[in-house]
Design a binder for this molecule. Structure first.
Ligand SMILES: Nc1ncnc2c1ncn2[C@@H]1O[C@H](COP(=O)(O)OP(=O)(O)OP(=O)(O)O)[C@@H](O)[C@H]1O
Ligand SMILES: [Mg+2]
Length: 271
């Protein structure tokens, strides 16, 4: 049975899409069958896959809800999914209307994505399903949380990131309190865009690591990703770090392989 892992942080620009894209490719490198789902109206992940986004996950989600289906054009998974080393269900601007569109349905609004994944037996078809989330804690992200087995939190260490994380943990607890699904486990935090030369930033990072470890135990914070020109270069050419060869990229490849290893180890403990 496949595992669903969401990359989440309500803050923008912390590296959710970058991490989701490269971690998905790292898992595929290891021989896993991987599906990426772009749940962000900005559709940055879909851009990285060079995917067209006119018909996208929004239409598939709406079509999976009986009460809404009759009011919308049919959308078929087979014609929307983009096949490559990592498969993709694209996102698109329409997703920003998701909350409003499902507002009046009788079926549980938080479970639309989970039901869609079940309906299409995606957990039987893939080893890993990686979801890239928008920078909010709105209904789309609640849907991601309710569908996921695990979450990964990329973050930039600063004064405010701890507060944001506490808020996020509260939301996970709220999901658990709803009592309809098992809340996902936070399997990893990834400090990103870290500048270790700045003393304040190193101090903030240490404080955050300590706080996470005291809550969750050791091994839940990955070694920091620094600001890497290579990463920007690879993203702007719409390729994963595994498509490049030189010293800087071999370091980045090792780091993302490390993230994949963490995911694999975690899944083995959750069969
Ligand atoms: N380690 C890094 N080194 C250099 N640039 C990075 C690094 N990580 C991310 N970036 C750059 O930072 C920007 C934001 O990254 P990304 O889009 O992955 O963040 P995000 O959390 O998905 O943003 P949003 O919340 O808007 O979806 C991108 O332009 C990306 O190229
Ligand atoms: Mg993003």
């Amino acid at each position: 049975m496949g595992k669903i892992i969401s990359f989440i942080n309500q803050k923008g620009g912390v590296g959710k899409t970058t991490m989701a894209f490269n971690a998905a490719h790292a898992l595929a490198q290891n021989g896993h069958k991987v599906l990426a789902i772009d749940l962000d109206p900005q559709a940055n992940l879909s851009l990285l896959f060079k995917a067209k986004t006119e018909i996208n996950i929004f239409h598939l989600l709406i079509n999976s809800v009986k009460e809404l289906k009759m009011h919308h054009l049919p959308a078929l998974l087979g014609s929307i999914i983009v096949k490559s080393q990592v498969d993709l269900i694209p996102g698109g601007q329409d997703l920003s209307g998701f909350e409003l569109t499902v507002a009046a349905i009788n079926a549980p609004r938080q479970l639309v994505l989970k039901k869609f994944i079940e309906l299409n037996a995606l957990k039987d078809r893939y080893d890993y399903i990686i979801i890239d989330c928008p920078p909010t804690l709105g209904l789309l992200v609640i849907n991601a949380l309710c569908a996921s087995d695990g979450v990964i939190i990329p973050f930039r260490p600063d004064d405010f990131s701890l507060k944001g994380m506490e808020h996020f943990y509260q939301v996970i607890e709220d999901v658990a309190d709803m009592g309809i699904v098992k809340a996902p486990e936070v399997l990893l935090h990834i400090p990103n865009l870290v500048d270790l030369r700045r003393k304040q930033e190193s101090n903030d990072l240490l404080k955050i690591i300590k706080s996470i470890e005291s809550e969750l135990g050791e091994g839940k914070v990955f070694s920091p990703f620094l600001n890497k020109a290579g990463l920007v270069k690879s993203l702007s050419s719409r390729r994963s770090v595994f498509e490049f060869k030189n010293q800087e990229f071999s370091e980045l490849q090792d780091k993302f392989s490390g993230v994949a290893k963490k995911i694999e180890e975690w899944s083995h403990g959750h069969i």
